[in-house]
Design a protein around this ligand. Structure first.
Ligand SMILES: [Zn+2]
Length: 136
């Protein structure tokens, strides 16, 4: 049985593999999650990545591509149209390359923490604070 830990889930997700077995593909058609792993049958469709992959991709591209680009003098000396012609394709390529890998990593992290849609960790336990405590 696969050991569920964060590093394993992240690594398998970045590689585009099922976080549960590391064998089957995780995504098809660029960003669509394959609901059931063809290799182990794990339900990968249960992990709601939602807006996290674009958020983390923008964060990464902004720090890894855009911020270092500001160190090159052509950014400040060339006409704006030339700068955009050079930098926008690089930014777009980095974004499109990173997005499926980040989505895989997000799903791998959700697999590692056993996050299932609709389940809230600790929801079945009694709350530590109740409204009656506030009046006393
Ligand atoms: Zn699998």
């Amino acid at each position: 049985m696969a050991q569920s830990n964060l590093l394993t889930g992240l690594k398998r997700g970045v590689m585009g593999r099922c976080p549960n077995c590391g064998q089957g593909p995780l995504l098809r058609a660029y960003l669509k999650v394959i609901p059931a792993c063809p290799a182990c049958g794990h339900d990968n469709g249960q992990y709601p990545a939602d807006d996290a992959p674009p958020y983390f991709t923008i964060l990464l591209v902004g720090h890894v591509v855009v911020a270092p680009a500001l160190c090159f003098s052509f950014i400040w000396t060339w006409p704006a149209a030339w700068v955009l012609a050079v930098t926008l394709p690089a930014i777009m390529a980095a974004t499109l390359l990173l997005l499926p890998r980040v989505k895989g990593a997000v799903i791998g992290a959700q697999w590692a923490i056993k996050q299932n849609e609709g389940e809230v960790p600790g929801a079945d336990e009694s709350p530590a604070w109740t409204p009656r405590d506030a009046s006393s």
